[in-house]
Design a binder for this molecule. Sequence first.
Ligand code: MN
Length: 208
Amino acid sequence: MKYPYSLPSLTYPYDSLEPYIDKMTMEIHHTKHHQAYINNLNSALEKYPEFHSIELEEILKNLNNLPEEIRTPVRNNGGGHLNHNLFWQIMTPENEIEEPQGELRKSIEKYFSSFENFKNIFSETALKHFGSGWAWLVIDKSRNLKIYSLPNQDNPLMYNDLPIMGLDVWEHAYYLKYQNRRQEYIQNWWNVINWKKIEEIYLEVINK
Ligand code: MN
């Protein structure tokens, strides 16, 4: 993805993740929140053509190369764009596969002993994250699978790790339906995960 950035369309309708994620949340999240990150990212980079031909991932890996006056807006809004772009892709209404398979499954079992345990650690990490942010499954520099949370719209690329899956725990992701019940939102989210897509991402990342 390069400048000028634009809103990716979803491959499923806004109401199709019901009852786990409601239509209004999806619509506002996509057309207002995600769009705002894109608008702000474009306006931050507008006067800096030297960054227009660079992939967003590369820009975010090297934030220190940015002029200081746009470093924070690009971090927040570039992260916001990249994170949401991933988030929409790793959800699906079809959900014909309820658990990861293949290589990803093997790796999850290697690092977290079982899928159930992985699920618990990921959910706990998302639940305990204080304030706005995301829970992440990543591959780190030593090729280990790891779970952690990051604040705001930070992406694991900013910490030299490679993102595999991320869960948005900003209140805008769940408040209309769940209010303060983040735990219920997290539990329900497991019903709409696109394991096929996450497996694809995993294979792409480990074969890099
Ligand atoms: Mn969000």
